[in-house]
Design a protein around this ligand. Structure first.
Ligand code: PHE
Length: 475
């Protein structure tokens, strides 16, 4: 006899767990970098519009599908479609995608943990040296850090939904908010901090191009953990009394607020380090910002705080990012855990053991693909660029399949499951949804332009990534 499905103990527990999933490396580092590069306030505005007008309806679709079916994503697609093969494939994609994104996210989380460890043990000055990151990603100590990170994730997930995921979120998320706000307050007291704030907030509409708009949408989509089956899975742990609509709004607001606040930390820090920062020189990637640029900034604080003080600030920052990454990893791995439990009848422990093995092997291969093993480093090449295993995983699953999964979930909910049932599900736990403006908007947008936009993003990415053709330049 199977046990009744576990549920979150409260709406707050659910919101913190889902916000824990949404708030991740993408918010704390990816968002500030993207905003800086793409016109500051102008990007913020476009981003916020995308969050509420495009991502929120998709979020409602995912959460309600999960709660209605009380299943993992594969089970949800199969149940509603009566085991239709084509839709089963969409379900399969929404389990495979989080599995593979989990692999690359694990690799980056291991780096974060390594940087945290090194800062705490007094090695900040070493981290600030040029070339350190290149050596670090090729060092064997990574495997020890990986064991620690996997053990942390395991110990959370093995406790289940309430005692594991929810309790961890209730502890880590408030700690994250406090550290973030504390760091922002500190950074704003530094000289020239406000030059960074104004660079971040004052809109520069000249920098907005078709590519920027596309980038803002992808960033919003990833940041809200859409297309990864996570919200279907977390939705399946909600009770019928819970208000999905209110919960989804809170998650979207929290996620956006954290991303915005992270910019108030990163940009003032950059400008106080160098008031004449030419942002064109700032790297495009969150990885180099976090692992190459920021350690230098933290070390420079020793002039006023001393080495220990500077290390404490750096450690707080890496701990903050580490907490954000852990709650995201937990959510993404839970998708596959739920699938193995629901579809294969495994126990939670068996599922975790199986995943620890398979994801661990893949994460090791990705880790080796930064130079340690040539075969993995120069794995393949397309569109004129050589690609490592890590690059391929990011290109395929993060860049390409996420918008496709979003498109499939919209079509599935509106056409196969049918609008009526979808809205009825959203009305449970929310008396004011039926007949509201929101309902009309969700109905209209999900059946018309949102799928079109997601299809366009998908086609553009395929053309650009794999064929080297930029469709946006043709506009
Ligand atoms: N929202 C997360 C972020 O911004 C994305 C994510 C969620 C990635 C869950 C992996 C797992 O980093």
């Amino acid at each position: 006899m199977s046990l009744p499905r576990e549920q979150f103990s409260s709406k707050l527990g659910f919101i913190l767990a889902a916000a824990g999933s949404a708030v991740g490396i993408g918010n704390l580092v990816g968002f500030p970098v993207a905003a800086t590069k793409n016109g500051g306030g102008a990007f913020l505005l476009i981003y916020a519009l995308f969050v509420f007008f495009i991502c929120l309806p998709v979020m409602l679709a995912e959460m309600s599908l999960g709660r209605h079916t009380t299943k993992d994503p594969l089970g949800a697609y199969n149940k509603v479609s009566n085991n239709h093969k084509g839709w089963g494939f969409a379900g399969f994609l929404s389990v495979l995608t989080p599995f593979m994104i989990g692999v690359f996210y694990l690799v980056v989380t291991v780096w974060i943990f390594g940087y945290l460890y090194k800062t705490v043990t007094g090695d900040l000055s070493q981290l600030a040296q040029p070339g350190t990151f290149g050596e670090f990603v090729n060092s064997s100590s990574l495997f020890i850090y990986m064991v620690v990170v996997v053990a942390v994730i395991y110990s959370i997930l093995v406790m289940g939904v309430k005692k594991g995921i929810e309790s961890a979120a209730k502890l880590l998320m408030p700690a994250l908010f406090i550290m973030l706000i504390g760091l922002v307050i500190y950074v704003l007291t530094l000289d020239n901090a406000f030059a960074g704030v104004s660079y971040y907030i004052v809109p520069d509409f000249n920098k907005i191009t078709a590519a920027t708009v596309n980038g803002a949408l992808s960033q919003a989509f990833f940041s809200l953990s859409l297309g990864m089956g996570i919200l279907i899975t977390y939705g399946s742990y909600l009770s019928k009394r819970d208000d999905i609509v209110g919960g989804a709004k809170m998650v979207a607001i929290t996620d956006t607020a954290v991303a915005f606040t992270a910019g108030l930390l990163i940009l003032p820090a950059i400008f106080s380090f160098n008031p004449n920062t030419n942002t064109a020189e700032l790297s495009d990637s969150s990885v180099s910002l976090m692992f190459v640029f920021l350690p230098k900034i933290f070390l420079a604080l020793q002039a006023s705080l001393g080495y220990v003080g500077a290390s404490a600030v750096a450690a707080t920052f890496f701990l903050l990012v580490f907490f954000a990454a852990i709650t995201s990893l937990v959510s993404i791995i839970e998708v596959t855990v739920a699938s193995l439990i629901d579809e294969k009848g495994m126990s939670r422990k068996q599922a975790l053991g199986f995943l620890g093995g398979t994801m661990g092997v893949l994460a090791v291969i990705c880790t080796l693909s930064f130079g340690m093993v040539t075969m993995f480093t120069e794995f393949t090449s397309y569109a004129g660029a050589s690609k490592s295993v890590f690059d391929v995983v990011v290109d395929i699953f993060y860049d390409t399949i996420l918008p496709l999964n979003g498109l499939l979930v919209c079509m599935f909910v509106m056409r196969r499951w049918k609008k009526k049932q979808f809205h009825a599900e959203l009305s449970e736990g929310n008396d004011s949804y039926e007949g509201s403006w929101l309902q009309k908007y969700v109905d209209f947008s999900l059946s018309t332009f949102i799928p079109v936009v997601l299809a366009a993003v998908f086609i553009n990415i395929v053309a650009q990534k794999y064929f080297g053709i930029s469709l946006l330049d043709l506009i």
